[in-house]
Design a binder for this molecule. Structure first.
Ligand code: DON
Length: 331
């Protein structure tokens, strides 16, 4: 770490910052060989396991980008953050949390076993598939297009363009949907689905197939880092209460059954997806002005080689390194 007083805004500081991040990405790219791309959705198996990219965005456009930043990928489970936000906006936080809990499971995201383990008051949280399908069923609308419109509008507002849905990935998800169907039928039988099962599944597969980049994730992260406000113009993009609950859920449930370790060793809210994306953020910090992005930042990572729980293997290690170097932990 650079010693002395650094404000990270001079040309020289920015070059240092870029060099650091480039070195770290080059180093952690080597870790990608220890992971595997998701293969249960055939279209995702086509990803290049060596890819690794990161985009970090702070206030006033301060940014560092490194690695495979221009590679588009599908949002997958990171979409559960957006569907949760929209359900809260449409139905109210109380309504949503009456029907989906906020407890980590310690089980895989698509676990069926845990559905019956507790007397089923409600699915454990909105980020496991049972909770995510319940949330998607709550979204207003009678077609997938109607249900997804507010999610795409929110994204457009944040990232500056209307993202597309990757049809090949959607088809691939649809054709290999046995497990999600099993969870869906269980939710139907237990009375949790608020929309027709086929409509819910179709919408869920489409929301997972929205195509984004690490820059887009960094922009979403920056809004969440600032409790739902755009720090550059103070416009409220996501209601403050919803943004704060979302961050708590990301911290406790966002990395699935690795969430406890991620909170302990990295210490920032994050949400992963099986295509290798991670949405992360660091809120503004008050201590030690020597670190970069002291006013908070959004972080987008892409590294499709996954560890056994479905999180980007190199992405997690890269985030851990950056968080320790820049003192990002919220604890
Ligand atoms: O439900 C599924 O199988 C996927 N479409 C989304 C899964 C996912 O990204 C889980 N993340 N780690």
């Amino acid at each position: 770490m650079v010693q002395g007083t650094v404000n990270w805004n001079t040309q020289v500081d920015r070059e240092w910052l870029q060099e650091y991040v480039d070195d770290w990405v080059a180093f952690y790219r080597k870790v990608t060989v220890e992971g595997n791309v998701a293969s249960y959705i055939p279209e995702l198996a086509k990803a290049d396991p060596n890819h690794l990219g990161i985009s970090i965005l702070g206030k006033n456009g301060t940014a560092v980008r490194s690695g495979d930043v221009d590679q588009a990928f599908t949002i997958q489970s990171i979409s559960k953050v957006l569907s949760f936000i929209i359900a809260c906006v449409e139905k109210g936080v109380g309504y949503v949390l009456d029907r989906v809990d906020v407890e980590p499971t310690g089980e895989a995201f698509n676990s069926i076993m845990h559905l019956e383990m507790k007397s089923l008051n409600k699915p454990f949280n909105p980020f496991v598939n049972a909770g995510a399908l319940t949330v998607t069923s709550m979204l207003n609308g009678n077609t997938p297009e109607e249900k997804l419109a507010p999610i795409l509008e929110l994204l457009e507002k944040i990232i500056g363009y209307r993202p597309v849905i990757n049809e090949q990935v959607f088809r691939s998800e649809f054709e290999t949907s046995a497990r999600n169907r099993a969870i869906g039928y269980y939710l139907l039988e237990t009375g949790f689905l608020e929309s027709d099962l086929e409509l819910t599944l179709d919408t869920y597969f489409r929301q997972c197939s929205i195509e984004i980049t690490v820059d887009d994730l960094a922009k979403i992260g920056l809004i969440l880092a600032n409790d739902g406000e755009d720090p550059n113009n103070e416009e409220e993009i996501i209601p403050r209460q919803v943004a704060r609950i979302t961050k708590a859920l990301m911290l406790t449930c966002g990395m699935y059954d690795a969430s406890g370790k991620f909170a302990t060793y990295v210490g920032i809210p994050a949400k992963s997806g099986v295509s290798g994306g991670i949405l992360a953020l660091a809120p503004p910090r008050v201590r030690n002005t020597q670190f970069p992005f002291i006013e908070g930042c959004g972080i987008g990572v892409f590294g499709p080689a996954l560890e056994e729980r479905g999180n980007s293997i190199a992405g997690i290690k890269l985030l851990k390194h950056i968080a320790s170097q820049w003192d990002l932990s919220i604890f």
